[in-house]
Design a protein around this ligand. Sequence first.
Ligand code: SF4
Length: 370
Amino acid sequence: MSQVLFDYTRQDASGASCVAHAWAKVPEPLTPAQREERKARAAALLKQHDAVLVAHYYVDGDLQDLALETGGCVADSLEMARFGRDHHSKTLVVAGVRFMGESAKILSPDKRVLMPDLDATCSLDLGCPPDDFARFCDAHPDRKVVVYANTSAAVKARADWMVTSSCALAIVEHLKSQGEKILWAPDRHLGHYIQEQTGADMLMWKGECIVHDEFKGIELELMRKEHPDALVLVHPESPRSVVAQADVVGSTSQLLKAVIDGPEQTFIVATDNGILHRMRQLAPTKTLLEAPTAGNSATCKSCAHCPWMAMNALQGVINCLEQGYGEINVAEPVRTQAAGCIERMLDFVAKNPGALAQPQRGFVKNIGAA
Ligand code: SF4
């Protein structure tokens, strides 16, 4: 088995896996007065409960602002995991999707981990059910199992290594240098990108992110022609036809850094548009264009924004702290088993700071988008 197809348009018994269900749970925009009132309430509750807010770049800008204003962090999944583990607070409020809350709990079993909405999940996690994945691993015992962070605790419990998009290249390079063959899951686009860059022997699971999978190579080519001076920034969960047109391929943190540090004035950004909030704050004079997700006649499930990330809201932070909703627990022995692959990654990154180096820049000429 190497492929699990998941229909995100159909609702399962819980509704959690359905894109339409997720969009239905996305709160209405707040008025300025409501925003200030809820931010103040959430900030007071964080203090009262000795809690810190750990937010992903893709969540609502209000949550990102609240995290930074209250001593928390806004980061990619690697930094979120490290920050939560090392922070002194007794409670972590994780604004992101479920696997991020699970990773926080796995690394900090003695802390209380809360999430604004436990239905916030991820198509990569949903598309890699633990039992099917275990059978896939059992069929290939000669391979090192490397899983992306966007997986359940049970899938991580079967893995030798966890990676994030910040350090995946360096870790696969390292394994290849040790003569290891790799079983990779679940994102096929990221897996193919890493395989092409490293030449490693990688057997792929075929999952995808519903947001990045929708970026369109042909439309991106047209956009590049309209903005020939723009630097193209692409997250490697995107399809090959999009990655092939990138000036910079990298994790959310690496793309953010490219905007801040780059001498260019205009950027085309192929990742979840939630990151534009932080990019605009840190590089207010730059012009940021969203990479296209659909042609004129097509529709998109995400339109460059993750519906599960969008479910996170200020009211959810208030609810989970006031009422104790949304607590994450990871049962033993899964927690201990899953901790092994995460800690291996964190140790590797700590010993190899170059593993997070900024990706090479280099414009890829008009290569065609097919
Ligand atoms: S943006 Fe994609 S990879 Fe990230 S949580 Fe949403 S579905 Fe998962």
